[in-house]
Design a protein around this ligand. Sequence first.
Ligand code: DX5
Ligand code: ZN
Length: 235
Amino acid sequence: MTDATATSRRHAGPAGTVRVAPSLLAADFGALAEQVGEVAAAADWLHVDVMDGHFVPNLSLGPPVIASLRRHSPLFFDCHLMMTDPGEYLGAFAEAGADGCTVHVEIGQTDRLIAQMRALGLRCGLACNPDTPFTAVEPYLGSIDLLLCMTVFPGFGGQSFMPDVLDKVRQARTAVRSAGLAVDIEVDGGIDVTTAPLAAIAGANVFVAGSAVFGHERPWEAADEIRDAVRSTQD
Ligand code: DX5
Ligand code: ZN
């Protein structure tokens, strides 16, 4: 694949539709391309967790790994930047083949980061930690494509879903709907066949799942089961 293809963004699909995004963090890092291949048919997006050792007490991967994976997968890369200073690296993520980037509201400079993501042609996401109130992200809803409500404190996979966050998801969905905005509401952390439907009922439409997918013997089945569980709430 050439650089030109790496920087041509893939389509996210229509805002508000159900999407399952397996989180690479729970994959076998020694066999990333194979693991991504295993979920390719069942995944709507691939969620890529970037940790800088400052915003969260963990390190994961960065643009070089994304560039390598880009050559192996046509999936939409939904990059969750758990970083204190993502602005320094947004250009590198865009160049590597990220399609959407999500920055955390807790680090500030949100308007500048949104403008920077837009200028780079990235789909634009804003994340908030479980204890960050809806009022912190509300002013930006008209300027973003995706709101990520963390359902665990970021930094590690395999934690338990925090049901208290559902109130914020409900507030966000109500605000998005009443303003007629095309904004996805994503949940991330402890998402599985039991918790995804709870988040869906509250108003989430993008479901990130790490352990529940890559910890499963047949990851593609796990992703399909989460989507089916969400759809069953909509019947
Ligand atoms: C946590 C990351 C998540 C993580 C979720 O900080 O943002 O994307 O991979 O993992 P699970 O699904 O195992 O909670
Ligand atoms: Zn994440």
